[in-house]
Design a protein. Structure first.
Length: 452
């Protein structure tokens, strides 16, 4: 036994490898990937599919992406690519700050994830944390949000005019406002007024400097910014035509200190919590505007997706109907209940800014995919009637199926769909097909209807 251990150490030293550590790391990584895959993209094994070469009986009518980088305006791409220079123009880092930036980003990441229970409410008032947030998290959020906003249907924003009032809750350094300004050139010339609400006055001031710098580089008149130091529920002087939130509710759900009664969620069931949040958002909206709208964006984790699904249902009871990502107004088939699927979308970051990816690697936080869950609703007198076609929103990556087939999970008015196809599709794509007239088979594991 002793000789075997000595021999193993000799080989490790000779090859320059830690054999046991490498094997354990690979096994852990493999098991983690398998758990993640099985959790939201379960493979179908009990269904027999048609031969791979059989002709399709369903006709594809249209395909539209939700996260295509080609939809982002070129001037916006250029600014996002050089966002670090924009930040430096108004808030340059000292030599010492540059050296420790990666460490501060890594520390803040722990503070926002595995150590979030110890995070201070006003953490964005700390200069070190705010700088790390802007240089890393805000930059990545701009990458995510400009993809989303650029690909959203123009009709969602067409009711905004020069007189429109907008509110961004939990605004931080104005990430949503900046991303929307970059993404929608048709809105840049509108004289919108934005109330930007956050507990950190320092973050709001930092963000306004960045927003003004972005507007100047685009040679556009900036929107009017009114900073509001306060939390969700604080009052504003005017009613809003558009309310936006990003990464707000996942933080609110973590706060449970007794003195924060307004924002405490300890012990409150998610269905009741969603009603509280939607009621509070509606209080901000202009009730005389019959086209008032709301966008709620959260991380693509099960808990956040569950809350968004419940908020979607709550908004619909108030005659606010989903414009995106939903293709229907029926019950959500991916509501994030325990053991079920949750609605989230992902895209690769291979075309993200080069300097941002370098900074991510230095911070030991490499990011290969960006993930989010969201819902965009608009006030309407009644549901938008659907024609005879069937719209599907792709909600998964490619799934390998028995019989050398492949497919995707999708959401539709019929419920959860397993679309069996050899087409090259991406998470978030909206496709239209001829509505199948015949009855569809059901996958016994997920209850998804199967369309080949």
């Amino acid at each position: 036994m002793k000789n075997e251990k000595t021999e193993l150490k000799w080989y490790e030293k000779k090859a320059g490898l830690k054999i046991k550590d490498k094997i354990n790391t690979e096994e852990k990584k493999k098991k983690k990937e398998e758990r993640s895959f099985k959790k939201n993209n379960r493979e179908i094994s009990s269904i027999e599919f048609s031969p791979k070469k059989s002709p399709s009986t369903i006709k594809f009518l249209d395909t539209k992406s939700l996260f295509s980088s080609s939809a982002i305006p070129q001037d916006a791409k250029d600014l996002i690519e050089n966002f670090n220079k924009i930040v430096s123009s108004s808030h340059p880092l000292s030599s010492k700050q540059k050296v420790f930036l990666a460490k501060h980003i890594r520390d803040l990441s722990h503070n926002l994830t595995d150590e979030r229970g110890n995070r201070r409410i006003g953490y964005m008032n700390e200069t070190t944390a705010l700088s790390a947030y802007v240089h890393y998290f805000m930059w990545w959020n701009l990458v995510r949000l400009t993809r989303l906003f650029s690909n959203m249907d123009k009709s969602f924003f067409d009711s905004l005019t020069d007189e429109s009032i907008c509110l961004d809750i939990g605004s931080g350094p104005l990430t949503v406002v900046t991303a929307l300004f970059l993404s929608r050139p048709e809105l840049r010339n509108k004289k919108l007024t934005w109330y930007c609400m956050d507990l950190s006055s320092q973050a709001l001031a930092f963000g306004e400097d960045i927003f003004l710098s972005v507007a100047a580089r685009l040679q556009c008149e900036p929107w009017k910014i009114i900073r509001v130091k306060g939390n969700f529920g604080s009052s504003i002087k005017q009613k809003a035509d558009l309310v936006t939130t990003a990464n707000l509710f996942n933080e609110l759900q973590e706060k449970s200190k007794p003195q924060e009664i307004k924002n405490s969620t300890e012990g409150i069931p998610p269905d009741y919590l969603s009603k509280i949040y939607t009621d509070r958002i509606q209080e901000y909206l202009n009730q005389e505007n019959d086209k008032a709208s709301v966008i709620v964006i959260e991380p693509g984790d099960p808990r956040s997706a569950r809350l968004i699904s419940l908020m979607r249902a709550s908004f619909m009871r108030k005659k606010f109907f989903p414009m995106a990502p939903c293709t229907h107004c029926n019950e959500c088939p991916m509501e994030g209940k325990k053991g079920g699927k949750w609605c989230n979308f992902a895209f690769t970051t291979e075309d993200a800014p080069r300097e941002l990816k370098k900074l991510s690697e230095r911070s030991e936080l490499p990011k290969e995919r960006a993930v989010l869950s969201f819902v965009a609703v608009k006030k309407q007198a009644e549901e938008i009637p659907e024609n005879g076609d069937l719209s599907l929103r792709i909600t998964s990556d490619l799934i390998r199926l028995p019989g050398n087939r492949s497919g995707f999970y999708a959401c539709s008015k019929k419920g959860l769909i397993l679309l069996v196809t050899d087409r090259h599709l991406h998470s978030g794509d909206c496709i239209k097909i001829e509505d199948p007239k015949k009855s569809l088979r059901t996958d016994p594991k997920t209850s998804a209807l199967i369309i080949e």
